[in-house]
Ligand binder design. Structure first.
Ligand code: HEM
Length: 485
């Protein structure tokens, strides 16, 4: 960008001066969400850094981000060709690959429609509004039992270890029509792998931009490649089984419905076949991958916040007692009657901003933003953490306060405030699992809160420091729960 000719009427992007070879790598540091937020205060909501020799545009501030991702959505909807992304789903991921716009759009549409159909169909009993509610409710019940058993046997538990299996089972139910036991070693080895994945896939990983780093031996990179291979093989095995059991008249999960889509296409002479069968059925890889780590990271943070703020935990419990009672499990339809819980969830999304950046974007043509010129194929980072901690938008942004999302008399969620939080991205690449994710975090939390009280393990204070990555996690820890009577 430094040497690009700027079209008349447009300005050159501001930003820190890069060093030769490494660019601004040292300025970005190990916590890019913090360093790039600090830089936005100096250079404004659109600025440029260089990682290695590659220019990157960084966006902050909700107006600027909306302008780019929503109003100029098509121009900012690409994905950059990053080294680590080539290992995810064999380079064929819907989320991370550099698919042409037409292919990405067709796959995204299919993924959205599959998710919608297999979350909203009727469950096995009229007790549930839909099959998604049934899956979450049953997995929530198993989770309560599991945590209680582990507590009795060992006196404490690692929350992420158990939550991740329950959440994975919800998405497994929709994608593959099956669930796994909490002791299934194969599933555990897949879902407990996220540390290295998150480190490497996190925004601003130097090895993605500085070519020579890709040739240096790296234990983390080796683990990343290994995890992706294991994950792909796990899903491929399930897909093979689904090809064998495929029956056109009995389509009851997402994998079967994607296979069915491919079969229908073969019979239709006019069908558009620019997307291969492999890329269609491979959508299930993205849904499963994106579906368990995000939601379980959120829920694991949520129990940490419950322990850290016991007075909020009591308030949430009292709200549940009064509005749901203790005689039945909470339901999705209780949401509008539980404003504290809704506000608690919003404040965790904002305060933790555990997805500090969206997945990197890339410009699809020469464009401009706020009067600055940005050429085609420029990598773009979108700083969600900055938007959620912007002192011009949020009063005391570092204070954890659920009241900021409640109306004046504290009886309703303030929807306008809630809409200011950005966690699922915006515009064309916005998360397609948002509705499912919001249902899961609400219902799992309501079930846990109704049945258990979470507290610290004596002499083991919680460490809430996030570890930077694609999703930021708290350090693995031990905590306790006791049953609510
Ligand atoms: C993309 C957040 C749960 C599927 C994304 C993006 C974010 C995000 C920030 C990137 C947006 C961008 O690049 O601009 C979250 C959060 C979740 C969550 C915070 C949970 C709390 C889910 C679930 C699913 C899912 C449950 C599927 C079942 C996807 C997919 C994409 C995506 C497929 C890629 C979309 C594309 O590239 O077109 N999500 N997500 N997510 N998410 Fe989610």
């Amino acid at each position: 960008l430094l040497h690009t000719k700027i079209p008349e009427g447009l300005k050159r992007l501001p930003g820190p001066k890069p060093f030769p070879i490494i660019g601004n790598v040292l300025d970005v540091s190990s916590n890019p969400h913090l360093s790039l937020t600090a830089m936005s205060q100096r250079y404004g909501p659109v600025f440029q850094i260089q990682i290695g020799t590659r220019p990157v545009v960084v966006l902050s501030g909700s107006q600027t981000v909306k302008q780019a991702l929503v109003k100029q959505g098509d121009e900012f909807s690409g994905r950059p060709d990053l080294y680590s992304f080539r290992f995810i789903n064999d380079g064929k991921s819907l989320t991370f690959s550099t698919d042409q716009a037409g292919v990405w759009r067709a796959r995204r549409k299919l993924a959205l429609s599959a998710l919608r159909s297999f979350s909203t169909i009727q469950g096995s009993s009229s007790e549930y509004s839909c099959v998604l509610e049934e899956h979450i409710s049953n997995e929530g019940e198993y989770l309560v039992k599991r945590l209680s058993t582990v507590m009795e046997a060992g006196g404490s538990f690692d929350p992420f270890r158990h939550i991740v299996v329950s959440v994975a089972n919800v998405i497994c139910g929709m994608c593959f029509g099956r669930r796994y036991s909490h002791d299934d070693q194969e599933l555990l080895s897949i879902v407990n792998m996220s540390h290295e994945f998150n480190q490497v896939a996190g925004t601003a990983n130097p090895a993605d931009f500085i070519t020579f780093l890709q040739y240096l031996p790296s234990r983390t990179m080796k683990a990343f490649v290994d995890i992706n291979g294991r994950f792909t093989r796990f899903v491929q095995k399930l897909v093979r089984e689904h090809y064998i059991s495929y029956d056109k008249n009995n389509i009851c999960d997402i994998t079967h419905s994607l296979i069915d889509h491919c079969e229908d296409r073969k019979l239709d002479e006019n069908s558009n076949t620019q997307v291969s069968d492999e890329k269609i059925v491979g959508i299930v890889n993205d849904l499963f991958g994106a579906g368990f780590d995000t939601v379980s990271t959120f829920l694991s943070w949520a129990v940490m916040y419950l322990v850290a703020y016991p007075e909020i935990q009591e308030k949430l419990y009292q709200e549940l007692r009064e509005n749901v009672g203790m005689d039945r499990r909470p339901r999705l339809s209780d949401r509008s009657n539980l404003p504290f819980l809704e506000a608690f969830i919003m404040e965790i999304f904002r305060h933790s901003s555990f997805l500090p950046f969206t997945i990197p974007h890339c410009t699809t043509k020469d464009t401009s933003l706020n009067g600055f010129f940005i050429p085609k194929d420029t990598c773009v980072f979108v700083n969600q953490w900055q938007i959620n901690h912007d002192p011009t938008v949020w009063k005391e942004p570092f204070t954890f306060s659920i009241e900021r999302f409640l109306n004046a008399d504290g009886t309703e969620l303030d929807k306008l405030e809630a809409e200011k939080v950005v966690t699922f991205g915006l515009g064309k690449r916005r998360c397609i699992g948002e509705a499912i994710a919001r249902s899961q975090v609400f219902l799992f939390l309501a079930i846990l809160l109704q049945r258990l009280r979470f507290h610290e393990l004596p002499r083991h204070p919680l460490d809430m420091t996030p570890e930077y990555g694609l999703t930021m996690k708290h350090k693995r820890c031990q905590m306790c729960s006791s049953p609510r009577s």
